[in-house]
Design a protein around this ligand. Structure first.
Ligand SMILES: Cc1cc2nc3c(=O)[nH]c(=O)nc-3n(C[C@H](O)[C@H](O)[C@H](O)COP(=O)(O)OP(=O)(O)OC[C@H]3O[C@@H](n4cnc5c(N)ncnc54)[C@H](O)[C@@H]3O)c2cc1C
Length: 221
């Protein structure tokens, strides 16, 4: 839909990261674990059915020149470089991993409405998966859009109702969007990265608070 209606891009990211990931049982993880090193990252995300998503991330150039040619070997190499203990656990897994590879794509926010169309989820707002936060935002924007539709149906001018959707979405999104772009740049040094990760954490907390108070915000007005 975004392509068909030529939805304008209002904010564009400068960086993108390639990611290779797999799901494995039997990897101990009590929560998210992130590992960062020079020009690479890795991590664990516990998911359902006792499985854990294990991922590695690199700049797109390294993916194109190295990982894409032999994804299992590239994954093992980057994981060993970034998180050697985790690499040993994965290598010892009795399960043969199935890999998914993502070359990367620059993030964006698009104008999310126009005559006869509206965008939610990645269609309207995409950020690099290095901060693993797109699903929450897709649900959030679906809820914001529903509130706009209800407001318009209740007599609020469409431009005000849908404009409020875009304004609230952008206000909630931009701090994390920019912090994610900074993490995805791989241009940080360790101290700078810690500051950026604190920004990510603050942006996620602020978004959580805004979501909790959503029905009391401007959209309902
Ligand atoms: C490598 C990677 C890792 C990620 N990891 C995380 C993570 O750990 N945590 C997290 O929260 N987010 C993560 N994300 C982001 C998350 O996947 C997205 O933000 C989320 O899936 C967006 O949901 P969506 O419904 O907008 O889009 P999608 O999940 O992409 O769903 C859109 C659906 O529409 C279908 N479709 C497309 N065109 C048409 C059409 N014309 N007609 C009918 N159907 C159509 C598609 O096939 C697809 O099934 C990750 C993303 C990537 C790329």
């Amino acid at each position: 839909v975004a392509r068909l209606v030529s939805a304008p891009t209002s904010h564009a990211a400068n960086h993108s990261v390639a990611t290779v990931y797999t799901y494995l049982p039997g990897i101990p993880a009590e929560g998210y674990e992130w590992y960062f090193d020079h020009q690479k990252a890795a991590g664990l995300i516990p998911t359902n059915d006792g499985e854990v998503c294990v991922f590695v991330s690199t700049p797109p150039d390294r993916f194109r020149n190295e990982l894409r040619r032999d994804v299992p070997a590239g994954f093992a190499t980057v994981l060993a470089e970034t998180a050697p203990d985790l690499a040993e656990l994965v290598a010892a897994s009795p399960v043969s991993p199935r890999f998914r590879a993502w070359e990367g794509m620059h993030g964006y926010l698009r104008m999310p409405y126009g005559p006869g169309w509206a965008l939610v989820g990645d269609a309207g707002y995409f950020k690099d998966p290095i901060t693993a936060h797109g699903i929450t935002d897709a649900f959030r924007d679906a809820e914001l859009l529903v509130a706009a539709i209800v407001a318009a149906a209740g007599g609020i001018p469409e431009v005000a109702a849908f404009g409020a959707y875009e304004e609230v979405r952008d206000r909630m999104s931009l701090p994390l969007f920019h912090a994610t772009d900074e993490v995805a740049s791989f241009r940080w040094h360790t101290g700078g990265l810690m500051d950026t990760l604190m920004q990510v954490s603050r942006a996620m907390s602020a978004e959580g608070e805004m979501l909790a108070g959503l029905h009391a915000t401007a959209l309902a007005a």
